[in-house]
Structure formats: C-alpha cells, structure tokens
Write a protein that binds this ligand. Structure first.
Ligand code: NI
Length: 167
C-alpha cells in the first residue's frame, strides 16, 4: 500500500497533458493500486494520474457508498455525450472548494481496464460527472477553470494563503 502525494492547485504540473499508456503492464497495475489507495485514504471518489504527477492517461473512480467498486480507466475516451447536468464538484487537488459545474448528463466511455482489456461503459448521474472531471485532469484541466475569472482568482489566493499558513 502506498499513498502518493497529491498536487495542489495552482501547481503548474496539474496542467500537463497526459500521454497514452502504450502497454498495460505490471507498472500500470501498480500505479492503479497506489492511486486507489491514495483516493480511498484521502478520501475521494476519483483520482487522475496527473494529480499524483504521473502524466499518463490513467484514472480511478469509486462512487459506491461501500467504497468497494473500484473502476480503473486507462486511455479513456468519451465516445458520446448527451444532456446537461449541474453538479457541485470538489477535487482532491483543490481542497475545501466546492463549486457548481455544468457537464453532460450521460457519457459513453471506452477505455482499457488494468489488464489491458477494452471495455465500453454507459454512465449517467454522479458517475458520469466523475468520469468527465477525471478525464479533464488528463487534459490538464482543473474544474475551477469552468468558473468565472473572478472566482478563479479568489480560489487561487485562498489556496496560496492556506499553503503559506501550513509551512
Ligand atoms: Ni479533481
């Protein structure tokens, strides 16, 4: 079990673009396990490799109440999106900030699992929101970037101030 360090917004490394995983192997599976440990310990409902400073297209999600339905998506791609939904989101890289974001209500995602097997998933509701939020991380996008410039500036100064108080 390994808990990885989660990058905190506005760390510029959160804006790196993740590369595709060429081959799903033991290194990938170890990353998935460590990311899952980190997500559960935080606790959170999703984590992208970008957030632990690994710039490969890997995300983990678990939206179950029992915290026993881990899903790993490697090289995830949104094939279809429909509807609209507003949901209050938070992020382990933006602690203590919760803001409403508008996203697609339903998505169809294609990805590889931790054994390299391709699967397609139709997701809606909170799961769909989580998947879109995590895929954004792989593209270097943090959810606060959907907010107004004014709000983003306020959030950045709040987090920087908090960071100064910690050290
Ligand atoms: Ni996030």
């Amino acid at each position: 079990m390994a808990i990885l360090k989660i990058l905190q917004y506005p760390d510029p490394r959160l804006h790196k673009i993740a590369k595709k995983v060429e081959q799903v192997n033991e290194t990938t599976r170890k990353l998935v396990r460590n990311m899952a440990d980190t997500m559960y310990a935080a606790p959170g409902v999703g984590l992208a490799a970008t957030q632990v400073d690994v710039h490969e297209q890997v995300i983990v999600v678990d939206v179950s109440e029992e915290r026993n339905q881990l899903m790993a998506f490697i090289n995830p791609e949104i094939l279809a999106a429909s509807g609209e939904e507003e949901c209050e989101e938070g992020c382990l890289s933006v602690p203590g900030i919760y803001e409403t974001v508008r996203r697609a209500e339903k998505v169809t995602v294609r990805a590889l699992d931790e054994h390299g097997r391709e699967f397609t998933l139709d997701a809606d509701g909170f799961l769909a929101v989580c998947i879109q939020h995590e895929i954004d991380h792989l593209r270097g996008k943090v959810f606060v970037e959907y907010l107004s410039q004014l709000k983003q500036t306020r959030i950045r100064s709040k987090l920087k101030k908090r960071l100064r108080e910690t050290f």
